[in-house]
Design a protein around this ligand. Sequence first.
Ligand SMILES: Cc1cc2nc3c(=O)[nH]c(=O)nc-3n(C[C@H](O)[C@H](O)[C@H](O)COP(=O)(O)O)c2cc1C
Length: 181
Amino acid sequence: MSITHENNLPANFHDLVRARCSVRSYKRDAPVPDDVLKRILDAGRLAPSGKNLQPWTFIVASSPEMQEKIYPCYSRDWIQGAPHLLIVKGTRSGAWHRAKDGYSSLETDLAIAMDHMILAAAAEGVGSCWIAAFDRDLLYQALDLTENEEIFAFTPLGYATDDYQPVPKTRKTLEEITVFL
Ligand SMILES: Cc1cc2nc3c(=O)[nH]c(=O)nc-3n(C[C@H](O)[C@H](O)[C@H](O)COP(=O)(O)O)c2cc1C
C-alpha cells in the first residue's frame, strides 16, 4: 500500500484504490466532522445512474436511538463501534427500466453511489465496510420501508482504531481475470 500524501492520505486515485480496505474496528467517540461527511455524501450525489434518474436516498444514522434499531439487522458486534451508519436506499419506481426487457438499473445505480462514497471516505481517511449480510426483513422494519424501496448495502463510517490491522488484500491476478481479444 502506497500512501504518499503528507497527511497519510492517498495521494492519487491508484493509491486510493489500494489504500481502501474494509474496516471492522472503529473509534466510537470520534465522529466524522460534518464537512468531511458532506464531501463523502457529495461523491455519492455525483455518481452516474441510469438515465440520470438518481433513484437514491442516503440515510446517515448517527443517533444512538436509530442505531439501536439497526443493530439487530446485522449480528456482528463490531458494527456497534462505528459512530455512523450510512445506508443507501433506492426507490424501485424511480429507477431506469430498459423498455425492451424491463431490466432495472436500481441495484447498479445504488452500488455505484455506494462505491463512490466508500472511495471518497477512504480519500478522507474515513473507514468503511460494505455490509450486505444483513437481515433484510429486520432492516425494513427498523427503517419502516415500503415494498417500493430497496436497500442492497450499508456501511459503517468512522475512524479505524489505532490497532486496526486491515486484512491483507487477496485478489486474483490480472492474467486470471482479463481477456484481451
Ligand atoms: C457486495 C458486498 C457485500 C459485503 N458484505 C459484507 C458483510 O456483510 N460483512 C462484512 O464484514 N464485509 C462485507 N463485505 C466486505 C468484503 O468482505 C470485502 O470487501 C472483501 O473481503 C475484500 O476486502 P477489502 O474490502 O478489505 O479489500 C462485502 C463486500 C461486498 C462488495
